[in-house]
Design a protein around this ligand. Sequence first.
Ligand code: TRP
Ligand code: SF4
Length: 404
Amino acid sequence: MVAIGNQSRVLSGMRPTGRLHLGHYHGVLKNWVKLQQEFDCFFFVADWHALTTHYEDSQIIADNVWDMVIDWLAVGVNPGSAKLFIQSYVPEHAELHLLLSMVTPLGWLERVPSYKDQQEKLRERDLATYGFLGYPLLQGADILIYGADKVPVGEDQVAHVELTREIARRFNHLYGREPGFEEAAHAAIKKMGKKNARLYKDLLKRYQEQGDHEALEVARALLKEQQNLAISDRERLAGFLEGGGRMILTEPQALLAPASKMPGLDGQKMSKSYGNTISLREDPEAIREKLRTMPTDPARVRRTDPGNPDICPVWQLHEVYSGDEVKDWVREGCTTAGIGCLDCKQPVIDSVLAELAPIQERAREFERDQERVRAIINEGSEAARDVARETLDEVRQAMGLVYS
Ligand code: TRP
Ligand code: SF4
């Protein structure tokens, strides 16, 4: 499925296994809010992915689905520009996952680093399951079913996007080679009109004979603009550029989120598993208390002992929240014992509370209007299904699963 129009399509998902915290906000959600202004975005609750690890305590999933959606809405993810949905509300993902499983070599899944890593890390759970092995393939189906070309993910998920690319390539190789492909491609070129046909052929030549990658990019953009061409023709011409068959599935790129190292209360990365989080809807008084009692440079036993910001978790929070003026004040005051740690923490406390106040206010609005939240998700899921169905139709057809 080639994304329609010349806008890139972005897809990302989040597993509903706990409350969202400032790490999610700074690491993921702020980026989503930005992406939704530039691209055609699909964001979803990956409840089936959560089930691969939480099948024994699946109540956690139901407990977190709606709160997660409310948190998205509260931080400004906008259902007017992005499609928001729940994975299991679009069962087409499961059918594509099944169909792709037929052509996915076992070794490809076994070699994905997260497979062994997570089994080691989550020892208390039995992850020697078929479902867990298929985790990255399910993710591949999520991505491929929307023809997403950009997938914002963290470092740990890049291997999953890479696997998705390989699956797409294999699928296109196996099923994109229809009889009479060349003729069909040439007929499609003619349908572009004289000027564009000439341009396409020129770019094709430049890429194929001189390996000019810019020409390939321009040609792809040109194809996306050909609204009057049928999708199947655009896929043919996209595949033709690279000397293959039809490109039925689009190879996605990982979009590494701008590195945000949101530190937790102990200086490690903020993460539920370290118990060092501030959740987005945490009570302000509890936030104050957590920050007031968070550790500082252990050398500052007494108020008169100078400290070193470079080994202090509070300093890392200043790096996120404070401007140069405050940071200069911290460095000077800390190293000369001119300020106490509580003084030092106050600007961070103020910034965190100021950041969360409007988010919490919006969250309360959505909490009061659960019906609206349901409606947003139902609408997003329907819109997602429309796209997903189209891809599945083509996949079934390409695999020869249409019996008329
Ligand atoms: N595996 C992702 C995570 O744990 C969640 C996810 C599921 C996802 N499907 C996806 C992310 C598709 C991007 C695209 O964070
Ligand atoms: Fe950390 Fe600030 Fe205390 Fe220095 S003054 S040790 S930077 S909290």
